[in-house]
Design a protein around this ligand. Structure first.
Ligand SMILES: [Zn+2]
Ligand SMILES: [Zn+2]
Length: 299
């Protein structure tokens, strides 16, 4: 439960891809606190630390959504839940993910069986396997509960077919996450008039440099171009959808010293002229005009 009752979005991890480097940003995860619900979207490496840095009690974990099973979105799902359990989690948590999420969770519990069994016996903890429900979803309505609705749209992220954009609506506010996707025009309808669209983005010149310094450059370039969106394409979706604010997230590249916030802004301003946020780890975006905590982006 969000006790401060201030609706906010926190970009916990803002880089695209699973690799981390000294001083660099961390893989994909976000926190959405809306209408008293504590919602985690994607669980890339670092999500647990980032949640506690954002002041969230792990015992308050409520809903977790995974957009797809690439490791930069799911690697720390099990460790997050397990750590919350050792921190005293005693209320049910529902994990919504694409087909295969249940298999991940079962295998994680198997891998940690020794520790889980011993803590139940030795420390009298509830069985973690009874606290967690995994709901595998496809396209359409995912959740309609206490004024919160969540819907999904299959996006274009080859070779992954089960990758879903998510739309959260509560009390007249709406936040849409694009997930990982190539330029996908149906997203504009899905994100129609949302308060915030969090869209993935790459920067063309940065991709060329990334490819040049990577061993299997040609294959990497092929994957990136087929499966992800350039910043101006994210801007095009935001404009067509008529959203109130665009957040560029899952940045590729995210840790090239030659690329700064101005480069991202220049690229997206070709197609988007509204409120704009370039994600960085820990950045807070207020929802619905309320004043959020320090670090809020207003540009
Ligand atoms: Zn990704
Ligand atoms: Zn992906």
């Amino acid at each position: 439960m969000n006790t401060e009752n201030v609706d906010r979005l926190v970009l916990l991890g803002s880089k695209g891809g699973p690799a981390v480097r000294p001083g660099g940003p961390w893989p994909s995860s976000s926190l959405l606190e809306i209408g008293g619900r504590t919602i985690v979207v994607d669980c890339g490496l670092g999500v647990t630390r980032a949640l506690t840095d954002a002041g969230v009690s792990l015992k308050a974990l409520d809903l977790i959504f995974v957009t797809h099973l690439h490791s930069d979105h799911v690697l720390e799902l099990g460790p997050l839940i397990h750590t919350a359990w050792t921190a005293g989690l005693a209320t049910p948590v529902t994990v919504f993910g694409p087909p295969g999420t249940g298999h991940y969770w079962q295998c994680f519990c198997q891998a940690m069986e020794f520790d889980i069994e011993i803590r139940i016996i030795d420390e009298g903890r509830p069985d973690i396997r009874d606290l967690i429900t995994v709901e595998e979803f496809g396209e359409g309505s995912i959740l309609d509960e206490r004024g919160l609705t969540v819907t999904s749209l299959r996006v274009d992220h080859p070779p992954v077919t089960d990758c879903f954009a998510l739309r959260f609506e509560q009390g007249g506010k709406s936040v849409v996450f694009s997930a990982d996707t190539a330029f996908f025009p149906p997203l504009a309808e899905f994100a129609k008039a949302a308060d915030i669209l969090v869209h993935e983005a790459m920067l063309e010149e940065g991709v060329e440099r990334l490819v040049a310094r990577t061993g299997n450059g040609a294959r990497l370039r092929e994957h990136l171009l087929a499966s992800h969106s350039f910043a101006d394409e994210a801007g095009r979706i935001a404009s067509d959808a008529g959203v109130k604010r665009l957040v560029l997230n899952h940045l590729i590249p995210a840790d090239d010293p030659a690329i700064g916030e101005d480069d991202w802004i220049d690229a997206v301003r070709k197609t988007w002229f509204g409120d704009l946020t370039i994600a960085r780890d820990g950045l807070v975006v207020g929802l619905g005009g309320q004043k959020a905590a320090s670090g809020e982006e207003t540009a």
